[in-house]
Structures are given as C-alpha cells and as structure tokens.
Design a protein around this ligand. Structure first.
Ligand code: AMP
Ligand code: MG
Length: 353
C-alpha cells in the first residue's frame, strides 16, 4: 500500500480534508496530529476499520481504543450514560488532553472497546484533528500511531518510520505540543479513578470533581537501592527503545557520577552507550567515542521534558545505543506522568543512588 503524506501547512485544507474523509468512510486509516501524540485514526463505529488499526500497529486486540469527538453533540450516541462528573470535567478540560472512560452505547462495537462495556472518549484540541472530526462527523478511534511497544510518535516522521506502507495517509503538522498521551480517568465506577497520568494532573481533576483515586498499577517504584531486573516477558514493556534503558534516581551529583561509571564499564566491554541528560547536566558527562549524550530538556520547565521524551528514545535507536542511562524526573507536578512513561520504557529497570 502507498502511504500518502500531506503537510498540513502546505496543502489546502479542502484537499486533505476530502481525501481523509474518503479514506475514513471506506474503512481506511489516517494518522493525525493531536496535541498529545500522533493518532492512528479510523471510524470508531466501523468494526472492520477498528480491526485494521490493531493489524497495522500489531496491537493486542484486548487493548481498547480511544474514541475522539469534536463537540458534545457527538457524545450522545457513544455512551449509555453521561454522569455529572463527566459533564463538569468536559466543561473544564475539553477540548484537551483528557480521556474519560464511560459506559458504552450499543452503537459502539466491541471491536473498538476491546470487548469492554465501557468506551474511552476524548475531545482533542489540535486544530487539524478537530477540523477533520467536526467536518466529517465521524467519531475517530485513534490510538497512538506507532508500532505497538515502540515509543509513541510525536512527529510525522515517527509515524512514517513505523507505519509506512501499512496505512493510507499521514497528515503531517510538525512536532506535537505536549508529547505524552492523554490523562485517562475512569468514570464508569463508583469513584473516579485515574488510570494513566498525563498533562492534566490528579490535582487539577480533584479541583473540579473532588476525590480521585489512583490505579495502583500507574507507578511501580522500586524502593530497593539494588538493581531491579527487567520484569519477565514483554507484558510490562511499552515505549521501549531497542537498547537496554536504565533509570538512575537520586541526588543530582551522584546520578551523574553513577551514570559515568556505568557507561565507562559498558564502553570498555565494547558497547555503544547513550546518556539521557538535561540542559543543566549535559556538559558534566565525560563522553567521547562510543558514547552519545542527549539533553531531554530543562528541569526549569518540565514540559520540555515530556515534549522531547519519545523523540529522544527514538533518537537513541537511530544512534544504535546498546545501553541507555537516563536521569529521573519525578519531582515536578507532572513527574508522575513523565516517570510512568520512562519506567515502562525501561521495563522498570531503575536504581537509586
Ligand atoms: P493509546 O491510545 O495508544 O494511548 O492507548 C489507549 C489507552 O486507553 C490504553 O492504555 C487503553 O488500555 C486505555 N483504554 C481505552 N479504552 C479503555 C476502557 N474502556 N477502559 C480502560 N482503559 C481504556
Ligand atoms: Mg499507545
């Protein structure tokens, strides 16, 4: 299959819109920019189209898809119930990087919800995504547009690298803004529960709807100071770079010292080492041949870190790093969201110094 790429800024909106609409109506796949990461979109009400998403991504079929809408008129046919908490959160945070889990209507196929009686819904704020959904009136199932298990795509090139030849179209609008996937809150049970941390924090949600519980699976922190081996199997490994990633946490000076030590060891063994540093620390690493230091952003603005996170993991792959050592970023208000991704990418390999 030939994958067509349209640069949104260089193409008349009427052209990419009508071509994307045609593809979606025929059950095809269009990768779209959103404010969080690029999404792989298909008609959420067409079970066959949803099946193609799973096939293109190599995604396990029990992992449900998020359905994207453009306005509140579109939510009625998707849910069997709209609790007051959902209305209030929608008023505050939509359009934006928040996904709500709600009881599904009969119209939403199980092929979209991974067999569940609930459906995940989000109203993105990205102008191109909104325009496409608004004009076509098609609710779009759109998980991240990467091969399952690889780092999420924050640039159209990432989508191209993973899915060229497997999908009909990519709409390229440059790098996304936020860089990590939406916050997910489950409103289908008695108490609202945070299932995935993101740009919208638990505190921000609590300010609107009161108490929000947190799924304990979100952040597995290793409290031991000793090395924690990789979780067995690939079950817990997402976003993974090809090299082996280890997070080093603790006092800044000690972290730099430990990473230097570990990377020296591996380089002596003949491996290529990658170091994920920050603007503040990147010049502190002794690194010449067989070692590459990349800054993920600045600690004075943690949004730069989430913005660059997945891109840096992919750049480490391009640099063919065998072993990757990263500083940790748990301190800020979005520390949970950042560490959730990094820990998964590392298969929970983390040491404390
Ligand atoms: P992605 O779009 O690739 O970021 O993945 C969508 C995420 O939403 C996955 O982690 C899913 O498990 C989660 N999700 C989607 N629908 C539901 C649902 N009905 N209940 C719980 N989690 C969901
Ligand atoms: Mg994903």
């Amino acid at each position: 299959m030939k994958t067509i790429v349209y640069k949104i800024g260089d193409t008349e909106a009427s052209v990419w819109l009508s071509e994307a609409e045609k593809i979606l109506k025929e059950g095809g796949l269009v990768a779209i920019p959103t404010e969080t990461v690029y999404g792989l979109a298909a008609n959420a009400l067409d079970e066959g189209a949803a099946a193609r998403i799973y096939e293109a991504k190599g995604r396990p079929s029990d992992n449900p898809l998020i359905v994207h809408i453009a306005d509140m008129d579109m939510i009625g046919e998707l849910v069997s119930e709209l609790p007051d908490t959902a209305r209030r959160l929608a008023e505050h945070f939509w359009p934006g990087p928040l996904t709500m889990i709600l009881p599904k209507s009969e119209k939403v196929p199980y092929g979209t919800t991974g067999g569940l009686d609930t459906v995940a819904i989000r109203m993105p704020s990205h102008p191109a995504a909104r325009k496409l959904i608004h004009e076509t009136r098609i609710p779009l199932a759109a998980p991240s547009a990467n091969t399952s298990g690889r780092p999420s795509p924050t640039r159209a090139e990432h989508v191209f690298d993973d899915l060229n030849g497997k999908i009909e179209m990519i709409l390229d609008d440059g790098p996304v803004g936020i860089g990590i996937e939406s916050t997910i809150i489950d409103l289908s049970g008695e108490t609202p529960m945070l299932l995935r941390p993101g740009y919208i924090t638990r505190e921000m949600l609590s300010e609107v709807i009161g108490s929000v519980e947190v799924d304990p699976a979100i952040l597995e922190v290793n409290k031991d100071k000793d090395f924690r081996p990789k979780a067995p199997g690939m079950k817990y490994k997402h976003y993974a770079p090809k090299g082996s990633l280890l997070l080093v946490s603790g006092d800044a000076d000690k972290v730099v010292e430990k990473i230097c030590l570990l990377s020296d060891e591996k380089r002596k063994e003949g491996f290529k080492v990658g170091i994920i540093a920050t603007d503040e620390t990147k010049d502190l690493y002794r690194c010449d041949s067989d070692c590459i230091v990349m800054s993920i952003g600045t600690r004075s603005d943690e949004d730069t870190i989430s913005h660059n996170l997945f891109d840096i993991l992919r750049r480490m792959d391009k640099a063919e790093a065998d072993y990757i050592y990263s500083e940790s970023f748990g301190e800020g208000i979005r520390g949970d969201a950042i560490m959730n991704r990094l820990l998964k990418a590392a298969g929970y390999q983390q040491i404390f110094v």
